[in-house]
Design a protein around this ligand. Sequence first.
Ligand code: AMP
Length: 125
Amino acid sequence: MPIDATQPYDDNNIFARILRGELPSKTVYDDEFALAFHDINPQAPLHILVIPKGAYVSWDDFSARASDAEIAGFVRAVGQVARDAGLVAPGYRLLANTGLDSHQEVPHLHVHIFAGQKLGPMLAI
Ligand code: AMP
């Protein structure tokens, strides 16, 4: 079910539980501001999710409420994860679904990193 990006933060969403260590993840990066792990249902040969450590529902919530340090830390982490995975030369795609029309399913901000093949057209509607 897609989520409404205006909803309040749900402390029991799957990614909040991963951050608390209650659920496992195949972690590839962890710092003060961000955690990155492999998507459980990959849509490309490499499909990594990067999430902020703070409690933010969506890109909208994060961009409105997060501190400058959190935003800088998160954006730098996304770049670092892609760099660490050797994706700069071959290229990669970032995606942040936000709310109903985008079909965001997990109500904790996550940026998808897709890579490992030619990624085709930007949108398939
Ligand atoms: P979105 O539709 O943008 O909200 O994407 C949610 C993503 O989270 C999907 O690609 C799911 O496959 C992924 N996902 C859901 N549960 C887990 C989990 N426990 N570990 C890793 N990825 C997950």
